[in-house]
Design a binder for this molecule. Structure first.
Ligand code: NAD
Ligand code: UDP
Ligand code: UDP
Length: 338
């Protein structure tokens, strides 16, 4: 309840205003949980470059210090090694909550979605910060509606192998709305569709990263199942623009943030081949359980209310991640954290 925190250790406090960031806009103090990860580090870059103060909370489960090393020494940047399943006290204006084991290889080991989200909502409530949850298109499960609109409730197996991720995010959305309705916390919910770009975790099982790394290593691309399942791939800078537009806007959401361009895995393999190496090959492997057959966002709501839409097509975006992957593979710098 919203009054319970008024006297104890986590009681509501005020904190000094920020130094102005420039004409007409106060500099904000912003927490990004999971900020050492793929999406988080790009978001941090954008927030720092527009003049805000950023605190990253990350336990380096899949994130890497290298993703942020260019910001070390910047007085507006701070990095805290911390697991969000434990409470934390900070005084901030906005919370972008991204921390989460987000790939099939990792998420089954750490159902941290729920506790981490609860703590960050508790923090938002105490300091009066605005809270943004990065949910996922996986809340739609193996969708029976195509493309998916935000009004669709989804088709999720509650006891399957990927349930801790899907259901964890669904619970995180529920908690977010409960804190909004019950404790008046200002919240925003993004449902992110498959995203790719530089700094993606190598070898974490996500398809774009797998295919690009495999072709650079001169290995065949592993197509799971018959390769006719579809996904819609969004370049990371488009996503970051959408997250900021959502945080700054007046609407709670949920909002689909994704690129509606839809590709089968065989088509994706073809684009990777054209982009990196025309001699690349594919091999078929058995598919994972409960793999959604198709996925494509309906983004009319974000277009209309956030004035946002992706700008970078798959053919434009893929080449932008190849150098980063090549360098990391050549340097053997494939670590899962430091
Ligand atoms: P990522 O694995 O690169 O980043 C996640 C970050 O969270 C990592 O830095 C990791 O170390 C950190 N983390 C994990 N558990 C933590 C914990 N308990 N405490 C503190 N830090 C923790 O993944 P990403 O692709 O950047 O995903 C970011 C967010 O976006 C996630 O919430 C994910 O569910 C969501 N999302 C991503 C995609 C995508 O395609 N990339 C799609 C849908 C949703
Ligand atoms: N919390 C936190 N930082 C804060 C305030 C709260 O980590 O600044 C955690 C707190 O430990 C609790 C969770 O957020 O586990 C939910 O907090 P809330 O105040 O909503 O719940 P309560 O403590 O009243 O059960
Ligand atoms: N996939 C594939 N080869 C791989 C990795 C994944 O064909 O090496 C397929 C996977 O079966 C799924 C699609 O690519 O149909 C997207 O998988 P990913 O794990 O990237 O994202 P998600 O399933 O969460 O959308």
């Amino acid at each position: 309840d919203s009054s319970s925190g008024s006297s104890g250790f986590f009681s509501k406090r005020t904190f000094p205003g920020r130094v102005p960031a420039g004409i007409g806009r106060k500099s904000l103090r912003i927490v990004v949980t999971g900020g050492a990860g793929f999406v988080g580090s790009h978001l941090v870059d954008k927030l720092i470059s527009r003049g805000d103060e950023v605190i990253v909370i990350d336990n380096f489960f899949t994130g890497r210090k290298e993703n942020l090393v260019h910001l070390f020494g910047n007085p507006r940047f701070e990095l805290i090694r911390h697991d969000v399943v434990e409470p934390i006290l900070l005084e901030v204006d906005q919370i972008y909550h991204l921390a989460c084991p987000a790939s099939p290889v990792h998420y089954k080991y750490n159902p941290s979605n729920v506790m981490g989200t609860l703590n960050m909502l508790g923090l938002a409530k105490r300091v009066g910060a605005r809270f943004l949850l990065t949910s996922t298109s996986e809340v739609y499960g193996d969708p029976l509606e195509h493309p998916q609109k935000e009004t669709y409730w989804g088709n999720v197996n509650p006891i399957g192998e990927r349930s801790c991720y899907d259901e964890g995010k669904r619970t995180a959305e529920t908690l977010t709305m409960d804190y909004h309705r019950g404790a008046d916390v200002e919240v925003r919910i993004a449902r992110i569709f498959n995203t790719y770009g530089p700094r993606m975790c190598l070898d974490d099982g996500r398809v774009v990263g797998n295919f690009v790394a495999q072709v650079i290593r001169k290995q065949p691309m592993t197509v799971y199942g018959d390769g006719k399942q579809t996904r819609s791939f969004q370049y990371v800078s488009d996503l970051v623009d959408g997250l900021v537009a959502l945080m700054e806007g007046e609407h709670v959401g949920p909002f689909n943030l994704g690129n509606p361009g839809e590709f089968t895995m065989l088509e994706l393999a073809e684009v990777v081949k054209e982009t990196i190496d025309s001699s690349a090959t594919i091999e078929f492997k058995p598919n994972t359980a409960d793999d959604p057959h198709k996925r494509k966002p309906d983004i009319s709501k974000a277009k209309e209310l956030l004035n946002w839409e992706p700008r970078i097509s798959l053919r434009e975006g893929l080449p932008l991640m190849v150098n980063d992957f090549r360098n990391r593979i050549l340097n053997g710098d494939e670590g899962k954290g430091l």
